[in-house]
Design a protein around this ligand. Structure first.
Ligand code: C2O
Ligand code: CU
Length: 501
């Protein structure tokens, strides 16, 4: 579309050049948006919530003609939405029905490293992996995806992605058990799943002539595939029938590399209510919102009876600019159409105050570290499965200063914690970076100071990851490993049985 397809040199095939793409007006929005089902659960004798997840290969009909070969969890594409409450014990049985090793990582979750589903917890074909932990963080929209080293981009692109929603008493979605109801401020947000609380997993895909996802093109330093068609929850050209005045959208940038600058076709304002790690202190009204791969946002949009409006991605003057260095922010894309009914029910309201603001700005800092991202490396080092880069101390706050040093698209994600963006180039962060985050876009050359508190030590031999969430960059080595140490503990050694073959 829009002349974006260029023949690659040397007959490698087709790749996507930096030309601008524009799909506005070309999408007919003929399919109702699919809503991922809520994962079914049972309760164990000990009271844990038990989920069964089956990773499988299948076929999915995204468009007319031939079906697309895809992967999914309990289905052919994407996976169910897992939902659990703060304080609840969860047990997952992850069965790998593929012909190769893969994994599932719980992105944004605070949990023991051995349960994290990263490169050190691969699941062999035919095997079942059973991670278990107690949910110990505020209400948030988290997600899951594979994380086997070197194949994360490929496995995620084929369709292994789902949401993991955490409820707690600070959020409207909580049930009425009085014991842990400590904060009612956010009561009132739209919260009927799939009706006025709508998950939106936004992904770009490139289809070939036979409707198959194109393989990645191995161009050094590239972003991997940037698709020109946008799926939301696996639906191409989706529409949503709106029945309430206020609608909450839980947006996940589930793309491997593409950046979105979300906005509506009439430039209407909407309210940002939550970011990666949960609710903001108060709603922030805006007409545009940037999300890089792996980031989430919850927004609340008000609709008028009978009106129709499109969610789009717009060029970003702030990030793309004349340099064009951040490819993907130059595009104008139609994503989803919202069609409001002639009469709308009006039960929800937007609270003025949502949660406590992050509180790490004044904390005593135990250590400062700096991270420079460039050329598929962090601080000049490429990911090595058997190298633990450093250990942090349980119970301490650290400040990590992160910079994108080569001008390509990078962001930065840290496992196990949510961080507070203290400053960007010495200035207070913009409002959309004011809440808890686990992934942050790195605009070239700007210095991001991130504060994070490490609360629970785990096995000093099993590391957590930090990395760029452009998945091809992560696979190519832009990743490192750390452990959270208890008192007197030292950085351990990655056990051979954890190593990827
Ligand atoms: Cu979304 Cu290390 O992952
Ligand atoms: Cu990167």
């Amino acid at each position: 579309i829009g002349g974006a397809v260029v023949l690659g040199a040397g007959g490698l095939g087709v790749y996507y050049a930096a030309a601008k793409r524009d799909t506005v007006g070309t999408i007919d929005f003929g399919r109702a948006l699919a809503i991922p089902p809520l994962a079914e659960s049972t309760t164990s004798a000990a009271g844990a919530r038990v989920f069964a997840l089956g990773i499988q290969a299948g076929e999915t009909a995204f468009k007319e003609g031939q079906a697309t070969r895809t992967w999914g969890v309990n289905g052919s594409y994407l996976g169910p939405t897992i939902r659990a409450r703060r304080g609840e014990r969860v047990e997952l049985a992850v069965h790998n029905g593929l012909d190769r090793e893969t994994s599932l990582h719980w992105h944004g979750m605070h949990l023991p490293a051995a349960m994290d589903g990263g490169p050190h917890q691969p699941v062999a074909p035919g095997a079942t992996w059973e991670p278990r932990w107690t949910i110990d963080q505020p209400a948030a929209t988290l997600w899951y995806h594979p994380h086997v080293h070197g194949a994360t981009a490929d496995h995620t692109y084929r369709g292994l992605t789902g949401l993991f929603i955490i409820d707690d008493s600070a959020d409207d979605s909580a049930d009425d058990s009085a014991d842990d109801r400590t904060d009612d401020r956010a009561q009132g947000l739209p919260s009927t799943y799939g009706v006025d609380d709508i998950p939106m997993i936004v992904q770009d895909r490139a289809f070939d002539r036979d409707n198959q996802f194109t393989e990645r093109i191995p161009l050094a330093g590239s972003l991997g595939v940037i698709g020109d068609e946008i799926l939301v929850n696996g639906t191409l050209g989706p529409y949503v029938d709106v029945t309430t005045r206020l609608v909450r959208l839980r947006l996940l940038n589930g793309s491997n590399a593409r950046l979105y600058n979300f906005g509506f076709s009439d430039d209407r304002k909407f309210s940002l209510t939550a970011t990666d790690g949960g609710l903001l202190a108060q709603p922030w009204e805006t007409d545009r919102l940037h999300l890089s791969p792996g980031e989430r946002a919850e927004i609340v949009v008000a609709f008028e009876p009978g009106a129709s409006v499109e969610l789009r991605s717009y060029p970003s003057p702030e990030y793309g600019g004349a340099s064009g260095r951040l490819d993907g922010f130059e595009d104008r894309l139609d994503i989803c159409q919202f069609r409001a009914a002639a009469t709308l029910s009006d039960d929800a309201e937007l609270p003025a105050v949502l949660a406590d603001a992050p509180d790490l700005a004044g904390a005593a800092v135990a250590a400062e570290r700096s991270f420079s991202l460039a050329a598929d490396k962090i601080n000049g080092r490429s990911m090595a499965m058997d190298r633990i880069d450093f250990g942090v101390r349980e119970g301490t706050v650290e400040v990590w200063e992160v910079v994108n040093d080569n001008g390509y698209v990078h962001n930065f994600h840290v496992h196990d914690v949510q961080f507070q963006v203290l400053t960007v180039d010495g200035e207070a962060p913009p409002p959309h970076l004011g809440g808890w985050k686990d992934t942050v876009l790195l605009v070239p050359d700007r210095r991001y100071r991130l504060a994070m508190r490490f609360t629970d030590h785990t096995d000093p031999n099993v590391p957590y990851m930090f990395h760029c969430h452009v998945l091809q960059h992560e696979d190519d080595g832009m990743m490192g490993q750390f452990v959270v140490l208890g008192e007197g503990e030292r950085v351990g050694t990655v056990q051979p049985h954890h190593a990827h073959p």
